[in-house]
Design a protein around this ligand. Structure first.
Ligand code: GUN
Ligand code: ZN
Length: 429
């Protein structure tokens, strides 16, 4: 008989988008969630679920909040060891810190060590799914997927392709990028909970020939995601203009090579022009907000209000290691602060939605992850809303659930993560 576990606590589910209604109305709080065969089989009243499932192991989390595990829609797992590197802006930061570190991933042992370290760190912070860039080395993709497969995690990743403006040893060619990406895609895509994303790093590090090859590969595999960077820093945008003098704008450097589509996942998207916004909306592409990275590297303030108002598909991400944290709670806090700087504070329900359902939608996975509902995969996080003395004293005088949750969003870290479940199994955190 299937093993059943009943988690009792304050089970937080979304019944809609908190950007489309009064934020709190998009949330349902239930007493318990039943896990069976790696999935949520029921959510509801504790007593009736217990009497209907006498064979279930009951885990009582008291006042803790039980919700979907966090979904981090844009990360670079190979940048784990160089997170929080000081004092550079995007292009200098890549050349000084990122490329030398990424060079090491041709060594499969090093790649495996960092992949496992990254997945340990993120699990302890409550992140259960992420969409990661790897390095140009196929070994870096194999290492990440192997580590995720052992943990039964739903992940997306791809070989980062670059054939110019990167050091010797970190460049492929249009042909090898195509061949290696295709081989990795065929090896991994759809295996267990693994998905492959076609991954040109960004226009400055790919020749038109390489972008064209990536576009051709995507056209052959349109159900795969394609991830890249778009419009992150103004210096980067000027450089793109020099490198692609015929392009109408930055997005056009992707669009003209078949790299714009509904399954496109574009990181940062801060300084968009109106044509770019319109085209991204028309094709229903995914836009990823990376707030700690955008402040850490000094990139700018994402226009959440405007883009949501236009109906864009938006997710939330750490952008490790341009981002300065592995924590999606910290990332939500940063998104809140950027909202404040732009004059529109996000509600706690909107922040939690962005880090779960919102990101799952951008990865086209909201049918299986990102929410607590019957049929969803049982990737869960249990939040302790009084995890430190500073948070506890604020939570103690909260008038309602939202006032109780917000201090954990603003001040919480891995200590707020009481428990993590991946595919229906408890992970030690
Ligand atoms: N643009 C191209 N590569 C990168 C990267 O690794 N990090 C960030 N933040 N932006 C990029
Ligand atoms: Zn990135």
């Amino acid at each position: 008989m299937a093993q059943k576990t009943l988690l009792k606590g304050r089970v937080l589910s979304f019944n809609g988008s908190p950007f489309e209604s009064e934020p709190t109305e998009a949330v349902t709080i239930s007493e318990a969630a039943l896990i069976e065969d790696g999935r949520i089989s029921a959510v509801g009243e504790a007593d009736s679920l217990i009497s209907a499932n006498r064979d279930a192991e009951v885990v009582n989390h008291g006042q803790h909040v039980i919700m979907a595990g966090f979904v981090d829609a844009h990360v670079h797992y190979p940048q784990t060891a160089m997170i929080a590197s000081w004092g550079k802006r995007l292009i200098d930061w890549l050349n000084t810190y990122t490329f030398p570190e990424e060079m090491k991933f041709g060594n499969p042992d090093y790649a495996a060590e960092i992949a496992n370290r990254y997945l340990d760190l993120t699990a302890s912070h409550g992140t259960t799914t992420m969409c990661s860039f790897c390095t140009i080395h196929p070994e870096s993709v194999d290492a990440f997927f192997t580590a995720a497969q052992q943990r039964r995690q739903r992940v997306v990743a791809g070989k980062t392709c670059m054939d110019r403006n990167a050091p010797e040893g970190l460049r492929d060619t249009p042909q090898t990028a195509y061949d290696q990406s295709q081989a990795l895609l065929e090896k991994w895509h759809g295996v267990d909970r693994i998905s492959y994303a076609i991954t040109p790093r960004f226009s400055p590090t790919s020749t038109p020939e390489q972008l064209e090859a990536m576009g051709a590969l995507w056209a052959e595999h349109p159900h795969c995601l394609m991830q890249t960077h778009l419009s992150e820093q103004t210096d980067e945008i000027s450089w793109v203009r020099e490198l692609f003098p015929d392009a109408r704008d930055y997005l056009d450097t992707y669009e003209k090579f078949g790299l714009l589509g509904s399954h496109g996942v574009y990181g940062h998207v801060i300084h968009l022009e109106s044509r770019e916004r319109d085209r991204l909306r028309e094709v229903d592409a995914s836009l990823i907000h990376c707030p700690t990275s955008n402040t850490f590297i000094g990139s700018g303030l994402f226009d959440m209000d405007g883009l949501m108002g236009e109906g864009h598909r938006v997710g939330l991400a750490t952008d490790t290691g341009g981002g300065s944290s592995f924590s999606m709670l910290h990332t939500m806090a940063s998104a809140y602060e950027i909202g404040q700087l732009r004059g529109s504070p996000l509600h706690a329900a909107q922040l939690l939605w962005l880090g779960t359902v919102g990101s799952a939608r951008t990865l086209r996975m909201d049918d299986c992850i990102g929410n607590v509902a019957p049929g969803m995969e049982a990737d869960l996080v249990v939040l302790d809303l009084a995890s430190t003395p500073a948070i506890a004293q604020r939570e103690a005088c909260a008038d309602d659930l939202w006032e109780a949750i917000f201090p954990t969003i603003m001040m919480g870290d891995d200590r707020a993560i009481a428990e993590v479940w991946i595919a229906g199994r408890r992970v030690s955190s």
